[in-house]
Design a protein around this ligand. Structure first.
Ligand SMILES: *[C@@H]1O[C@H](CO)[C@@H](O)[C@H](O)[C@H]1NC(C)=O
Ligand SMILES: *[C@@H]1O[C@H](CO)[C@@H](O)[C@H](O)[C@H]1NC(C)=O
Ligand SMILES: *[C@@H]1O[C@H](CO)[C@@H](O)[C@H](O)[C@H]1NC(C)=O
Ligand SMILES: *[C@@H]1O[C@H](CO)[C@@H](O)[C@H](O)[C@H]1NC(C)=O
Ligand SMILES: *[C@@H]1O[C@H](CO)[C@@H](O)[C@H](O)[C@H]1NC(C)=O
Length: 225
């Protein structure tokens, strides 16, 4: 074997560990049991090489602008998706269609401003929906109508001026409705009619400019402080 060939083999072997280090560091998510923690990685895309059997995916504190449904096809076992602290401004209904077992969806601290009647139409297994600190100023029609299993809805720190979240009866299993830090200035019974005789236990309304309460609705606990 010539000296130069040996030299090439040695230099290749010398580079090998470096090459392995580089390729394996493209995805630094930490996967333990069926939980994938991809938080704080400056991600702009949803990782596509995590184990397909994960049930929890943490994408918080990244630079995601969307959660493209196609990128979640692989993770159909997810029960918890945490997408908080990103720049997500649009949600597609097909996301929940890809994730039929999803129970907790957290999108706090994002840039959502519009929810349509279709947005959550496939999210029937959701028990918690966290939309705190987005830019939702108005709820039109009935975006939460399909959420028959929802127990907790957090819409605090948005720009809502009314408690009215729909025009039809819905959310029959809701227990906690968090609306603090919005711009609600009048509390009207009819603006809570969409809850019908729901099981609501807590309505959190602190830090709203409420000036007038027009007949308190029949809810066990209203937190105005
Ligand atoms: C999930 O997948 C990984 C490999 O992708 C495997 O090691 C693990 O045993 C699987 N967990 C279950 C509960 O099947
Ligand atoms: C995701 O990670 C963030 C930051 O570490 C943490 O605060 C949050 O609780 C995690 N979410 C879940 C669902 O575990
Ligand atoms: C995931 O998203 C990226 C762009 O964000 C795209 O190029 C890629 O094809 C997607 N993967 C799947 C499996 O759809
Ligand atoms: C909701 O989750 C259960 C399992 O917990 C599953 O059997 C059911 O199919 C899911 N609902 C839908 C619409 O996929
Ligand atoms: C709510 O309950 C009251 C009395 O318990 C009943 O009269 C009313 O019809 C109920 N409304 C709905 C929408 O179920």
């Amino acid at each position: 074997m010539s000296q130069s060939l040996l030299y090439h083999i040695y230099s290749f072997l010398g580079l090998l560990p470096f090459w392995i280090l580089c390729t394996s560091s493209t995805n630094k998510c930490v996967v333990r049991h069926e939980v994938a923690d991809c938080s704080h990685l400056k991600l702009t895309q949803v990782p596509d090489d995590l184990p397909a059997n994960i049930t929890v995916l943490n994408l918080t504190h990244n630079q995601l602008r969307r959660l493209p449904p196609a990128n979640f096809t692989r993770y159909s076992q997810l029960t918890i998706l945490d997408g908080g602290f990103n720049s997500i401004s649009k949600l597609e209904p097909e996301l929940c269609q890809k994730l039929p077992l999803l129970e907790i969806l957290n999108l706090q601290h994002n840039e959502l401003s519009h929810l349509s009647d279709q947005t959550f139409v496939f999210c029937v297994n959701l028990t918690e929906l966290h939309l705190m600190s987005n830019s939702i100023k108005i709820i039109q029609n009935n975006p939460f109508r399909s959420l028959k299993n929802l127990v907790k809805l957090d819409l605090s720190h948005n720009g809502l001026s009314s408690t009215k979240l729909g025009s039809q009866l819905q959310l029959e299993n809701l227990q906690d409705l968090l609306l603090s830090n919005n711009k609600i200035n009048v509390l009207r019974r009819e603006e809570l009619d969409f809850l019908g005789n729901s099981s609501l236990e807590k309505l959190e309304l602190s830090s709203n400019p409420i000036k007038e309460i027009q007949s308190a609705p029949g809810i066990h606990y209203i937190d105005l402080s």
